[in-house]
Design a protein around this ligand. Structure first.
Ligand SMILES: Nc1ncnc2c1ncn2[C@@H]1O[C@H](COP(=O)(O)OP(=O)(O)OP(=O)(O)O)[C@@H](O)[C@H]1O
Length: 376
C-alpha cells in the first residue's frame, strides 16, 4: 500500500475538541468545566489505509474518530475530506468544492452496539435497502436486492434469502455486527470508523470479524479507522494490511507508526506501558506472573482531562520523567523516529538536544513509585 503524494481521504490539522461539562453539582453556580477531549491532533488518513487508535478509557478516541468522519464539530483546528473543509461544506461557508451530502455518504460509522443502528421493527433487507435507495437512485428494486443478497452471502450469512427476511432480534451479536458492516459499506464509503465494533464479541468472533473487515476492505477499497482499548486487537487489524497504530493519551496523539514498529520498538513510555499491560504482547516469558514493581508506570491514576498536567501530560505517570517534562511550556510534538519510516513519537527523550537530558529526575518519581507499590 502506498500512502505517498495523494491528498489524504481525511486530514485533521491541529484538531481540538473541548466540551463544556456542567454535569457536576459543584458547577451549579460557577463556570462549567472544560474537558480537553481532543487537543491539537494532526493526522492524515490515506486511501485504503487501516489505522487503529488505542488508549485508555476517556483518552479521546471516540471523540477524535467522530471528528474525523465529520459528526463531531472541532472547537479548534480543521478537518478536511479530500482537501475540502468538512464544516465549511456543512455550513455553506468558505469555498465548497465537495458538497456535504457527498462527504456524509463517504464517511461512515459502525458502532460498538450494532443494535443501535438497526431498527428493531425492520427486516434486514429493509434496513439495508434504505441507504442504497437514498444514495444509488439509479438501482431498481431487483438490482438492490441482488446486490444485498450478494453481500450477505459474502459475509457468510447463508442462505442470504433467509437472513434477509429476519428481524434484528432473530440475529446473534456477530450477525448483527455483520449487517451493520454491510450497511456502512453499501454506501461505498472512503472511510469507515469502527468504534470498538468488536469488543462486545467473544474472542473467536472478534478474529472472524477482523478478517472479514480485511476481506471487505480489499473488495471495496475503503479506509478503516479502528478504535480499540486493546493493543493486541489493534495489531491484528493493522499489521497484515500494512496499517498504522496511533496511541492516544489524555486527548493527544503521543505515538503513531507502522504496527510492527509500535509493537516491537515502542518509543513513548506510555506505549511501553500499554504493551506491558497486554499479556500476549509483553516481552519475555508470557506465562510469568507480572510483578507490580515491574509495572512501567508510576501510578494507575489517570489525570483529569479538565485540568491536564503541564508540559508532557504523561509526566505524572512516566517512570522516565524529569523536571523538564513538567516545566516545559507546551507538550512535546510528534517527531519522526527515523527518516525511513512513518514512526513518530511525542516525547522529549526523542529530541537530541533537549534540556531533558540535563534535567534532574522528577522529584515526585520515587515517592509515587513507593506509594503505588504500597497501595497494591
Ligand atoms: N458530550 C460530551 N460532553 C462532555 N464531555 C464529554 C462528552 N463526550 C466525551 N466527553 C469527555 O471527553 C473525554 C474523551 O471521551 P471519549 O469518549 O472520546 O474517550 P474514549 O477514549 O473514546 O473513551 P472510551 O474508551 O471509554 O469510549 C472524556 O473525559 C469524556 O468524559
Amino acid at each position: 500500500m502506498s500512502t505517498e503524494s495523494k491528498t489524504p481521504v481525511v486530514s485533521l490539522e491541529n484538531a481540538e475538541v473541548y466540551f463544556e461539562d456542567s454535569s457536576s453539582i459543584f458547577n451549579l453556580f460557577s463556570e462549567p468545566d472544560t474537558v480537553h477531549a481532543v487537543d491539537g491532533v494532526s493526522l492524515d488518513i490515506h486511501e485504503n489505509e487501516v489505522i487503529a487508535l488505542v488508549g485508555e478509557s476517556g483518552c479521546g478516541k471516540t471523540t477524535l474518530g467522530k471528528t474525523a468522519i465529520g459528526i463531531q464539530r472541532p472547537t479548534g483546528g480543521s478537518v478536511r475530506y479530500r482537501g475540502q473543509d468538512i464544516w465549511d461544506a456543512k455550513d455553506g461557508t468558505g469555498q465548497v468544492d465537495i458538497p456535504y451530502k457527498t462527504i456524509r455518504r463517504s464517511l461512515q460509522i459502525i458502532h460498538q452496539d450494532p443494535g443501535s443502528s438497526l431498527n428493531p421493527n425492520r427486516k434486514v433487507i429493509k434496513s439495508l435497502s434504505e441507504p442504497l435507495k437514498k444514495w444509488q437512485t439509479d438501482l431498481t428494486r431487483e438490482d438492490r436486492r441482488a446486490r444485498l443478497l450478494g453481500m450477505l452471502e459474502r459475509v457468510e450469512m447463508t442462505p442470504p434469502e433467509d437472513y434477509a427476511e429476519r428481524y434484528p432480534h432473530q440475529l446473534s451479536g456477530g450477525e448483527k455486527q455483520r449487517v451493520a458492516l454491510i450497511r456502512a459499506l453499501v454506501m461505498n464509503p472512503d472511510l469507515v470508523l469502527a468504534d470498538e465494533a468488536i469488543s462486545a464479541l467473544d474472542v473467536s468472533l472478534r478474529i472472524e470479524m477482523m478478517n472479514l473487515m480485511h476481506e471487505l476492505q480489499d473488495m471495496v477499497n475503503t479506509s478503516f479507522l479502528f478504535i480499540s482499548h486493546d493493543l493486541s486487537n489493534a495489531r491484528y487489524v493493522t499489521e497484515k494490511v500494512g496499517g498504522r497504530i496511533g496511541i492516544m493519551y489524555l486527548g493527544e496523539l503521543v505515538e503513531i507508526g507502522p504496527a510492527e514498529q509500535i509493537i516491537t520498538d515502542p518509543r513513548h513510555p506510555y506505549t511501553k506501558a500499554l504493551r506491558w499491560a497486554t499479556p500476549d504482547l509483553r516481552p519475555g516469558d508470557p506465562d510469568r506472573r507480572p510483578d507490580v514493581e515491574e509495572l512501567p508506570i508510576k501510578t494507575i491514576d489517570i489525570p483529569d482531562p479538565v485540568n491536564p498536567p503541564t508540559g508532557c501530560r504523561f509526566h505524572t505517570r512516566c517512570p522516565e520523567a524529569r523536571e523538564a517534562c513538567k516545566q516545559e511550556q507546551s507538550p512535546p510534538e510528534l517527531i519522526q523516529i527515523d527518516h525511513a519510516s512513518e514512526h513518530e513519537a511525542a516525547c522529549f527523550r526523542e529530541y537530541d538536544n533537549h534540556q531533558y537530558w540535563n534535567s534532574p529526575d522528577d522529584e515526585s518519581n520515587e515517592n509515587s513509585r513507593q506509594r503505588h507499590t504500597a497501595d497494591d
